[in-house]
Write a protein that binds this ligand. Structure first.
Ligand code: NAP
Ligand code: MG
Length: 403
């Protein structure tokens, strides 16, 4: 069979531990035999990041800006223990954080849905994609304890010396205070990424905050979204028959639970953090969560939502065969190849990406799966627990017959 040709390279970001092992298996079994793969390769494995003083991460993000599409393997975010384990020069920052700050993007997370694995919420039929604003608010707060009576004030001094001052609370006892901020530019980028992604995936977009209580802060988010929608995206939404709607977060929670799914739910930083864990748990497994970073200019970086699966990697190092689920990493590849195909108008590549996902779903529906999914499938479905490589080989068989 002739391999599918590519025009523009895909930015390939290799990673760490068990997912790095899966990465190679996926490429060898599911991509390279079928696609004449063109990639601009960056090794974001911790060793290479340390050797290059993390320059490689910055280079990979800049390459993503240049080419428009990247696929990323999970990477270790070093902590103190990792600094010792890898004998690192420094406790390098989270690669995802570095890439996100260069691309200024929003992360969209969606579950892979299979008929035999039912979500906890019975009426959810289609994926719910969470878009979390990943900047500011409580994640960049200033806070302290107050130990005796006294006045806490909010003070702002502009560059030309104008002052705004308000009393937060006149404490008659001990307590706590917290200061938060966000920037118009970041909120606007968030809104653009959300509207672009909704158009791209032809799904409705919901946005919710607590603007009835937070009359300036959350209200700013609400107004920015509405203004950007009206000025930039309304026509495109109407043409596609999709809708944008804003609702109070309490109302949104109730509607989400009663819905069928099949939409994007945009949330502020903290709300997105909490709700994405709730939604992913209700859909089944972290190993089935896909993730894509979309910049306001329309640059895409695909990855799995889970980490490097360290526990399995230590077993692998001892020579044990592991049953680590490669689904979300395979979908990172299919998502990136499909997007590359769309941008370069390569129907064969788009078709390949679709067939690859179809082959994955068929494999699971046949009952062939990794161990993590066995307990999640409906009662009565016959299952066959496979190790990672055998599971990938099953997918390959199905892919070959589909192509
Ligand atoms: P993790 O790698 O997501 O794994 C946590 C646990 O979830 C695993 O031990 C495993 O449970 C289960 N799991 C996750 N993915 C799985 C898969 N594909 N197949 C089967 N089971 C899976 O999280 P972590 O152990 O907290 O973090 C490990 C490293 O990953 C850390 O160094 C962290 O910095 C990094 N990390 C990277 C990213 C990223 O690059 N996007 C995201 C998160 C974490 P069992 O052990 O019960 O089998
Ligand atoms: Mg969380």
């Amino acid at each position: 069979m002739e391999r599918i040709k590519m025009v523009t390279p895909l930015v390939e970001m290799d990673g760490d531990e068990m997912t790095r092992i899966l990465w190679k298996m996926i490429k060898d079994e599911l991509i390279l035999p079928f696609v004449d793969l063109k990639t601009d390769y960056y090794d974001l494995g911790l060793k290479k990041r340390d050797e290059t003083n993390d320059q490689i991460t910055i280079d990979s993000a800049n390459a993503t800006k240049k080419y428009g599409v990247a696929v990323k393997c999970a990477t270790i975010t070093p902590n103190k223990q990792r600094v010792e384990e890898y004998n690192l020069k420094e406790m390098w920052k989270s690669p995802n954080g570095t890439i996100r700050s260069i691309l200024d993007g929003t992360v969209f997370r969606a579950p892979i849905i299979i008929d035999t694995i039912k979500p906890v919420v019975k009426n959810w039929k289609k994926p719910i994609t969470i878009a979390r604003h990943a900047y500011g608010d409580v994640y960049k707060d200033t806070e302290f304890r107050i130990e005796k009576p006294g006045k806490a004030e909010l003070l702002y001094t502009s560059v030309d010396g104008d002052v705004q001052k308000q009393t937060i609370y006149d404490f008659e006892c001990a307590g706590v205070v917290q200061g938060l901020y966000n920037k118009d530019s970041s909120i606007e980028s968030f809104a653009h990424s959300c509207f672009k992604y909704a158009i791209d995936t032809k799904q409705d977009l919901w946005f919710s905050t607590k603007d009835t209580i937070s009359k300036k802060y959350d209200q700013t988010f609400k107004l920015k979204f509405q203004e950007i929608y009206d000025n930039c995206y309304k026509d495109q939404f109407e043409k596609l028959g999709i809708t944008y709607f804003y609702t109070l977060i309490d109302d949104a929670v109730a509607r989400v639970i009663r819905s069928e799914g099949g939409f994007i739910w945009a949330l502020k930083n903290y709300d997105g953090d909490v709700m994405s864990d709730m939604v992913s748990t209700a859909f089944g497994s972290l190993a089935m969560m896909t993730s894509v970073l979309v910049s306001p200019e329309g640059v895409y970086e695909y990855e799995a939502a889970h980490g490097t699966v360290t526990r399995h990697y230590y077993k692998y190092l001892k020579g044990e065969v592991t049953s680590t689920n490669p689904m979300a990493t395979i979908y990172a590849w299919s998502g990136a190849l499909r997007k590359r195909g769309e941008l370069d108008k390569l129907n064969d590549l788009i078709n390949f990406a679709n067939k690859l996902e179809e082959a994955c779903v068929k494999t699971l529906l046949d009952g062939n799966m990794t161990k993590d999914l066995i307990n999640l499938v409906d009662e009565g479905v016959k299952t066959n627990a496979l190790n990672s490589l055998d599971f990938i080989k099953e997918i390959r068989k199905n892919l070959e017959s589909l192509l």
